[in-house]
Design a protein around this ligand. Structure first.
Ligand code: GDP
Ligand code: MN
Length: 382
């Protein structure tokens, strides 16, 4: 789940990263009230799930109530890359001596956490990486050891920040690492991390993405759920506890296990189709789960055919078949369905499906044949 800046800052504050005093505002009057409370000058900032707000006119400095009123009025309702602003964050403005970039994310191929730090902050890190890759100092952190003080100091020195920022930056990075790990973030990014003229190092922006799989141990995340930037399908899937990723194609996919779901997306693409989603029903292939999965896929009007790809392991074929039959007894999907059932008790499963097969419910013995069939059906459904 991607957080907006003010939510990311709540996460930062929880772990002790220095941020400016501020608060959320949903109206011009609220913005002025916050400004009066935190003291002028303030920054009025659009809260949306995209970056580059500054360039789009979504971040403005205000020296008094009148300016706050003016900027808040302009930013509320502003369209930033398709996201209309309905929430503002107003904070006491900082004096900036220098702007840096800092982040932690997971480097899957290295099986380590990757920290990135640059003296060129405030701009998009992708453009720094493209124009001046040496300006980004990277550190790989063994998750079983963690980021050590020595490592953090060497990293800061490699990034060639202003020496006045060294101690402050080391402290922030150690805290950011703890926030990233203990806070179960997929990404914890500060851009800009600033050095103030009086030598303070603090976070002016926050980009945090949370690992949804860790939600069970973070009751405090409930507060973020209502504002998550989900499309209708993703919202429904979340409600039904399904692992779902929406894509743009026409073939809806249901598979058991993330590996099989990914392969199914690949095979559908290979035979010339375009997947509408990635949906892993995991081990639970009963009627309720199957009905929920079909319902989520059906809520996408781009879907023209549904491919159910099940390889039974612990999940047994007859259970899946019963699940599908019962789910179809509850409602009739708009799109034709192709089923490939293999693995544990697949034959029994296919026997159960047999009497229900039609030109709208087709069974194919292999993944490749089933994918071809689904893509063909998606093509003719129009
Ligand atoms: P983004 O454009 O969406 O990344 O929004 P940021 O929160 O990063 O703000 C964009 C830019 O606005 C920063 O890089 C700063 O240059 C400027 N800015 C943000 N907050 C302050 C502040 O408190 N004081 C000053 N002087 N500039 C600020
Ligand atoms: Mn920023």
């Amino acid at each position: 789940m991607d957080l907006m800046e003010y939510q990311g800052k709540q996460v930062f504050a929880r772990y002790g990263i220095e941020i400016s005093a501020g608060d959320v505002a949903r109206t011009v009057d609220e913005a002025v009230a916050v400004a009066e409370r935190v003291g002028y000058p303030v920054v009025v900032k659009a809260q949306v799930h995209v970056g580059g707000r500054g360039k789009a006119g979504g971040v403005k400095l205000a020296g008094d109530a009148e300016e706050t009123r003016f900027h808040a009025g302009n930013i509320l309702g502003l369209d930033i890359k398709g996201h209309v602003v309905s929430v503002l964050w107003v904070e006491h403005a900082s004096d900036i001596a220098e702007e840096y970039y800092a982040s932690f994310t997971l480097d899957r191929s290295a099986k380590q956490h990757l920290g990135m730090l640059s003296a060129q902050g405030g701009v998009e890190i992708e453009s720094v990486a493209a124009t001046d890759p040496d300006a980004i100092a990277r550190v790989w952190v063994d998750p079983t050891v963690g980021l050590t003080v020595e490592q953090a100091r060497a990293w800061v020195e490699a990034a060639r920040l202003n020496p006045a920022a060294t101690d402050g930056a080391v402290a922030v990075l150690l805290t950011l690492y703890r926030c990233y790990v203990d806070g179960d973030c997929d990404l914890a990014e500060i851009n800009p991390l600033i050095l103030t003229p009086d030598g303070q190092v603090k976070a002016l922006d926050a980009k945090v993405s949370l690992d949804d799989s860790a939600a069970f141990r973070h009751p405090e995340w409930d507060a973020f759920a209502g504002t998550a930037d989900l499309d209708e399908r993703e919202r429904l899937a979340l409600e039904k506890h399904l692992q779902y990723v929406g894509l743009d194609g026409t073939v809806g996919i249901i598979a058991n296990g993330a590996g099989l779901a990914m392969s199914t997306v690949d095979v559908v693409s290979q035979v010339g189709g375009s997947p509408a989603n990635f949906l892993d029903i995991g081990g639970g292939a009963n009627a309720a789960v199957m009905a929920a999965a079909l319902e989520v896929i059906e809520s996408d009007d781009k879907v023209r055919a549904i491919f159910i790809n099940i390889f039974g392991g612990i999940t047994r074929g007859e259970e899946v078949a019963n699940g599908i039959v019962q789910a179809l007894g509850r409602f009739t999907p708009r799109s034709p369905i192709v089923i490939r059932l293999d693995g544990t008790n697949a034959e029994e499963g296919r026997r159960i499906l047999e009497p229900h097969l039609s030109d709208r419910l087709v069974s194919r013995p292999t993944m490749l044949e089933a994918a071809r069939q689904a893509v063909a059906m998606a093509g003719t459904e129009g």
